[in-house]
Design a protein. Structure first.
Length: 281
């Protein structure tokens, strides 16, 4: 009987998406030959994942779960190929299973998370016939006195996870809803990375150089104008400077100050954002 190692089983699973026992059985039946084992699984209709690799998974769901008892929360995005599958019970079960597995095991990287959930995705591919992908996740832990807020929009098309420095039941969910609707990138202007600010400054300076009204103005004045232009553009992406969804007479920052609350962090996932979708003629 041929020796079937864990590495052989893993290699076959990666290429076919078949379950562990199916891979082992195929390898035993084919003297450990990977290519023959692939054919064996295809003949039995098990190796479906291999034919999905080139497809684009840009649909799917986001999910967020909070565990108050263990003081941690998780937000994830799992992708599939079609909106039809994303609305199915089986896909929802996959997303829930992935969320639970990652919450319990706390992988440090996306690679480790994918390895950890590989069996779930392989089984889902066989069951539903599509390519699936764990795109991203974030596990957040809170300290004593801090509070989680979460919100899931449109059944999982957008999810938000917020961490505040203290509990405020009246504010936390509306704030998460605001983040879902307004899509900020940073909490404050001070949080904007230097390279992002530099890029916006270069754009502002080019616009000013092409503006006849700016000709002849002192360098110091031009620098101040450029900084104001940059702040104006970036403020739209800063949570604290956005008009508050529930009362647009105030900014989010003003509401937080009135409440004596600080936003420590937030994460917002929207299904498929940034993924180039294939278009068909």
């Amino acid at each position: 009987m041929p020796e079937v190692t864990i590495d052989l089983i893993k290699a076959l699973r990666e290429r076919t998406g078949a379950g562990i026992m199916d891979c082992k059985k195929a390898l035993l039946a084919n003297d450990g030959d990977i290519e023959k084992s692939i054919d064996y699984l295809r003949e039995k209709g098990i190796a479906k994942a291999a034919t999905k690799a080139a497809r684009i998974a840009a649909e799917g769901l986001t999910n967020v779960k909070v565990c108050e008892k263990c003081g941690k929360a998780i937000i994830v995005e799992v992708n599939c190929e079609t909106d039809f599958v994303s609305s199915s019970d089986k896909f929802h079960e996959l997303v829930d299973g992935v969320t639970k597995t990652l919450m319990q095991n706390e992988p440090a990287t996306i690679e480790a998370a994918k390895e950890m959930t590989q069996a779930l995705f392989a089984d889902a591919t066989v069951a539903m016939g599509e390519k699936f992908d764990l795109r991203r996740f974030n596990i957040v832990k809170k300290e004593e006195g801090q509070a989680f807020g979460s919100y899931i929009h449109m059944g999982g098309k957008i999810s938000v996870l917020v961490l505040l420095d203290k509990e405020d039941e009246e504010l936390i969910k509306p704030l998460a809803m605001h983040i879902a609707a307004n899509n900020p990138s940073y909490v404050e202007l001070a949080d904007v990375p230097a390279d992002v600010r530099a890029r916006e400054k270069a754009i502002a300076e080019k616009e000013m150089a092409d503006d006849p009204k700016m000709a002849g103005k002192p360098a110091q004045m031009l620098a101040q104008i450029a900084e104001r232009k940059v702040d104006k553009v970036l403020s739209a992406s800063c949570l604290a400077l956005q008009p508050y969804l529930m009362d647009d007479s105030k900014t989010v920052g003003q509401v937080l100050k009135e409440k004596g609350v600080k936003v420590i962090s937030f994460t917002r996932y929207q299904v498929g954002e940034g993924i180039a979708k294939r278009t068909e003629e």
